[in-house]
Design a protein around this ligand. Sequence first.
Ligand code: FAD
Ligand code: KPC
Length: 524
Amino acid sequence: MTDRPVWNARPHLLSIEEWGYKIDDYLENADGGEIIFNINPDDDRVYDAIYIGGGAAGRFGSAYLKALGGRQLVVDAWPFLGGSCPHNACVPHHLFSDCAAELMLNREFSGRYWFSDLDNKIVNMKEIVDMFRKGRIGPHAIMNFQSKEQLDMEFILNTTARIIDPHTVEAAGRIFKTRNIVLSTGSTPNRLGIPGENLKGVFDYETFVEDLDYEPGDTAVVVGGGKTAAIYGCFFNATGRRTILVVRSTLLKLVPDSEIRGYLIDRMKEQGMEILEYSNLVRIENDGNGRVKAAIIETPDGERRVETDFIFTGIGDTPNSEQVAATLGLKLGDKKEVIVDEQLRTNVPNVYAVGDLIGAPMEMFKARKSGTYAARHIMGQDVSYSPRDFPDFVHTHYEVTWFGMSEDEAREVYDNVIIIKMPPENENGLNVGLPASDRMMLYALEKPHLSGYQKLIIDGASRKVLGIHHVGCGAKDGFQYLCRMIKAGITVDDLGEMDELFLNPTHFIQLSRLRAGNEVLIDL
Ligand code: FAD
Ligand code: KPC
């Protein structure tokens, strides 16, 4: 039995605001507050699945299982459902990226029109982090409200679950019997493993929003070359700090098209970012009071010492698999991901695993979809899930979106690759007034080389679209649908048949229409 107080949420109908106050109390409370217990006493069925972890994977899986007529329970260590996305991952990422885009615009037009003068000014970032910590209660409250009052899910929150065997789980001092367990415990940021990494002033995406209690100085050192490092690095840079990216190999190699990647990195450098590729942070100096004083970086040109009080690491995430693997005898891969088949089944009968726990790609679409596919399989549907051919994005100071082949990949496979792109090839390079689109208009008219980049890759023989790539703002939504259409075999002629909402962030429809009439396709 637990000696912690248990609050039975079942008889109460809490408004979103009331959930907000409650979650806030629990998060502020040093001993974590009560266990939130929401079990339906009128349902005596054995559970079809208990989800261990109520993030995107566990919450969506639970909701789907319930929708299919099953009985679910989800247990989460936090006092809210929704997991890391609203608490320390996607939601703060988008806040910081919004800030980076706004600040970059302001800096480019500093002191002109209505823009304040930000030249040589560093803006406060602790304020933004504090604002996030306060504001995140909103999404947390909605997730609990939606899960309880709208979706009628059963859950136990603010406590961990103990797995006894594949059919037995203990939580809040009670034993629950289940036909299946679905593991959805997420992942944890990787550590550097170097001297000084525990000093005050070294952060990852979790501790940055949880622990930042001072205003960092004028230099940020960021370790990593993938999404998190690029996203947070661009934010630190946009606040006006000297920002040095330390990348073990090459920066943003996840961006498939080399021309697009080049455009991004050129713009990052133009914004003042220093990029040290094939380099490693090897040691962090202590100021004598347990705080960061300097970063020692090995580069191809020798060792560098950078004075700083702020180091951010974004070097990937490891699935939270060790404990559950040891308890249940689960097979793990070399990155500690739980190995599953296309039905999300582990090697142990009646134990499934979903979300970040099963490894890359660690993205929301996969967390949510894998959670629901496990539910569907448990409820008897003949389904298989494998995250192949998905659209992807990253924020720099821009929103960058892609799906399908890069130009180089296409040329390796197809003889007649047609490129439609904006800005077009011309002797002035990027310095033309297009692409133009909402949120990019000031750049397009006054600083055209900053107005983005877009590229459509077509197989000239079949006229099918092979890949699409976009740098700018506002295209991400469209890519969710475009990816499905491209998988279904959309051609340049089909694209030209679509109806644009001009001025549209991607120029793909109108550019395709300009070429669609040609029997023999040529570049544009
Ligand atoms: P989580 O959401 O982490 O949920 C795991 C849950 O398990 C947690 O709530 C935890 O409390 C609980 N738990 C763990 N152990 C136990 C236990 N023993 N008992 C009970 N509960 C337990 N993806 C996107 O698609 N778009 C983005 O913009 C995006 N931005 C990101 C930004 C950052 C900085 C990071 C790091 C990731 C980002 N992601 C983004 C990825 C996305 O956040 C994850 O893929 C997704 O949140 C994973 O969901 P999950 O349910 O697998 O794990
Ligand atoms: C912004 C937002 O939708 C809240 S974070 C999503 C958590 S979940 O719906 O469980 O994937």
